[in-house]
Design a protein around this ligand. Structure first.
Ligand SMILES: Cc1cc2nc3c(=O)[nH]c(=O)nc-3n(C[C@H](O)[C@H](O)[C@H](O)COP(=O)(O)OP(=O)(O)OC[C@H]3O[C@@H](n4cnc5c(N)ncnc54)[C@H](O)[C@@H]3O)c2cc1C
Length: 275
């Protein structure tokens, strides 16, 4: 390792980022990517910056600090709107990974199989980025641009994820398919957020991950569900609504298998809202 720095303030971290550093949060993606070779880069450990930690609620929604861990998310007092994200949190690795791994690390690593992305897309989340020139907010959908690619500029940190309040009663859910039940990288995963009024769906957001370079919302399916009853949602899923997905063949599954299985996954996810 060249230099190691663990600042305690955001300002100190941003000043340090005037020269190149690799950011380290929980390290659960960072270290596995460096097995068998010396760490020869400058490492900026953001784990000591208090303002990046924790979840706060405001009048418009919630702020999830960048270094909030999956375990902290599970322990937080959050409404049913967060059920999908919390379900994903329970399935990110095992307890040790959940204790160390952070939300922002999952987003910045930008793996197509990052379990945090579909539930956060379904929550209409935005990310807050900070650099020496100031902060900017952008939708999560425009933050991740490809496999391991984000719009983070040199010297910028992701400092928080923001989740807006829903207009009406809202619930969310998440389902992940892997080669076994736990401790597995997703073959496909899906998340949905529903807003319901008078027993009818008034708004819905659905996102699928691991079936394209970046997790994708499914606008045609979302449109087909508005106005439906919760009980009838699963029957409205059709393969033609999956056009935004472009699955690949890999060691975990073929593109054809993924296309087929996503239909079943979505039907199960939506059927779960009526049970
Ligand atoms: C055994 C094991 C099982 C796993 N299982 C799963 C799983 O089931 N699902 C899943 O989605 N993931 C899984 N992961 C991956 C990993 O645990 C998660 O992606 C985790 O959320 C990463 O967070 P971290 O804090 O450890 O990131 P780190 O490893 O610290 O960082 C990841 C990347 O993001 C950058 N970064 C981190 N924070 C910031 C920031 N605030 N601003 C700018 N850049 C930043 C780092 O420079 C690095 O490039 C697993 C990992 C392991 C080792």
């Amino acid at each position: 390792m060249a230099d190691y720095l663990r600042p305690t303030s955001l300002d100190e971290a941003l000043q340090a980022l005037a020269r190149p550093w690799t950011v380290l949060a929980g390290g659960t993606d960072f270290y596995p990517a460096r097995v068998g070779r010396a760490i020869d880069e400058n490492v900026l450990d953001i784990g000591g910056i208090a303002v990046l930690r924790g979840i706060t609620a405001g009048p418009d929604g919630w702020r999830l600090g960048a270094t909030t861990t999956w375990s902290e998310l599970l322990e937080a007092d959050l409404p049913p709107l967060f059920d999908g994200l919390r379900h994903a949190a329970r399935e990110v690795g095992g307890r040790q990974i959940q204790n160390a791994g952070t939300l922002a690390g999952n987003l910045c690593n930008a793996s197509p199989a990052a379990d945090g992305v579909p539930p956060l897309l379904a929550l209409d989340a935005t990310v807050e980025l900070a650099g020496r020139a100031g902060t900017r907010h952008l939708p999560l959908a425009s933050f991740i641009t490809g496999n391991r690619r984000t719009v983070l500029a040199p010297g910028e940190l992701l400092i928080a994820v923001h989740v807006p309040k829903a207009a009406r009663h809202a619930r969310s859910a998440f389902l992940k398919l892997g080669a076994r039940r736990y401790l597995v990288i997703s073959i496909a995963m899906a998340a949905a957020t529903l807003e319901v009024e008078n027993a009818r769906i008034t708004a819905v957001r659905i996102a699928v991950g691991a079936c394209s370079e970046v997790a994708r919302r499914l606008p045609a399916l979302e449109a087909a569900l508005v106005g439906a009853t919760v009980e009838s949602l699963a029957a409205r899923v059709e393969a033609s609504q999956l056009a935004p997905l472009s699955p690949i063949d890999d060691v975990r599954g073929s593109a054809g298998y993924r296309r087929e299985v996503v239909v079943t996954l979505l039907r199960r996810l939506l059927a779960g809202f009526s049970s």
